[in-house]
Design a protein around this ligand. Sequence first.
Ligand SMILES: Cc1cc2nc3c(=O)[nH]c(=O)nc-3n(C[C@H](O)[C@H](O)[C@H](O)COP(=O)(O)OP(=O)(O)OC[C@H]3O[C@@H](n4cnc5c(N)ncnc54)[C@H](O)[C@@H]3O)c2cc1C
Length: 276
Amino acid sequence: MPGERIEDAMAAGSRQQAQGIGTIFTRLGENVTRAEEAEEVTQHYLGVLDKLQASGLDAQISVKPTQLGLDLDKGLCFRNLQRLVDRAAERRNFVWIDMESSPYVDPTIDLFRQTRAHSALVGIALQAYLYRTAQDIESLLPLGSAIRLVKGAYLEAPTIAYPRKADVDANFYALACRLLRPDAQQRGTLLHIATHDPKLIERLNAFIVAERVPQSAYEYAMLYGIQRALQARLARDGRRIRVLIAYGDYWFPWYMRRLAERPANVWFVVKNVFAR
Ligand SMILES: Cc1cc2nc3c(=O)[nH]c(=O)nc-3n(C[C@H](O)[C@H](O)[C@H](O)COP(=O)(O)OP(=O)(O)OC[C@H]3O[C@@H](n4cnc5c(N)ncnc54)[C@H](O)[C@@H]3O)c2cc1C
């Protein structure tokens, strides 16, 4: 994280923009328990969308449904998301919906479908570690959706998710290729290839070249501070890339929760501190 305040995050976003890298902002936090908290988060992001237009920064926002009140009331969460997407339309911006742990997948896809029915300025994250994702992608393809493909960050049971990393990687590749096929492109699909995995990126780049996939069909997406050299190289090579910057004062509980959920996450953090 470049800092706790949105101003810190925006300063980092400007530095990225100078390198040809776009930004996605997210304020840390999840599972709000009161409607007032969901309202505060919504107001915050509405303000961010205003600030982004005023600053001219090439930056989108990404929100967690449980930050907008999904645990409290689906209707409330939908209305809050709709307000963000409406503001994004006024400010010529775009809203991403993060995917949380498996019990939230169905309600999050419902939320996406409902919002997508009103506006194309919304995208959804899908997780390659879940067996169901191939089917979810087929069902979302007719909408011409913006899809951020990630490996998945939560600890899930082997009954619903691939337990072996090699299988997750293979599924990521297969799903990404599916989303880059001509029929997906014709429907207006936008794929965010959200990984720091150099081998996977290399394989997908080879597919993109071999299949002559147009630049408009995909972007790369990574996290702030991870694989900086690869981020810069992709930008220099003329690839479209966005880097997600998290900010906010909720980082300590958020980090501890990620560790508790999945101890392997600690290695991810440690590797990123040392592997610059
Ligand atoms: C933009 C973005 C948005 C995301 N949104 C969500 C979401 O909504 N829901 C969700 O569940 N998850 C989300 N994630 C997290 C994602 O699910 C993964 O947990 C996370 O990205 C780590 O997986 P990976 O694909 O980068 O590769 P990993 O399999 O963790 O790592 C692959 C390889 O990358 C290389 N690598 C990684 N870091 C470094 C480094 N610092 N230096 C050198 N090599 C390195 C190594 O070769 C490593 O073996 C998001 C990730 C990104 C990038």
